[in-house]
Ligand binder design. Sequence first.
Ligand code: SF4
Ligand code: SF4
Length: 157
Amino acid sequence: MQRMNRRQWLGRVGGIAFGSMAFTSCGTRPEALAEVENVSPRVADAYEPISQIDCVACDNCMPCPYGINIPDNLIFVDQARYRGYLPGELDDQDFKSKADIFFDRFCNSIPDPQQAQHCINCGQCLPMCPDHIDIPRRMAQITALTDLVRNLRCLEK
Ligand code: SF4
Ligand code: SF4
């Protein structure tokens, strides 16, 4: 398993403006929101909570020409929800703790070249899914979440 190190991550995001504000402060704010307020706005804005996917692992969409294990990524997300560590809204009290668990288990479960972050949105898989799952969008959602965790961890160093 190969994880992106900090230098690789910084190269990927093109230089994060550390200390830039993703959210404007007004009045009191929840603890969890305060924890992610220094995340790059581009990374924070890309994130949205991931709804139920319901991939049945039929493999009709495989192989992805770019090496992504589509069902493994999608099923991991639904299992994370079932097991209680899929993060929700950014201002949820438990966002950071769930996101940390999600990220570590995701990296341990799916080899880097097969992870959602390598999706280039070619659309080749889209017509293959009998359940009409918007696979490229789901890959983008997963990538947004893992990018957010990487960003948070860079800021902690
Ligand atoms: S849209 Fe993404 S997941 Fe689907 S075939 Fe293309 S690269 Fe693979
Ligand atoms: S075709 Fe659809 S249901 Fe089947 S493995 Fe791919 S994403 Fe899952």
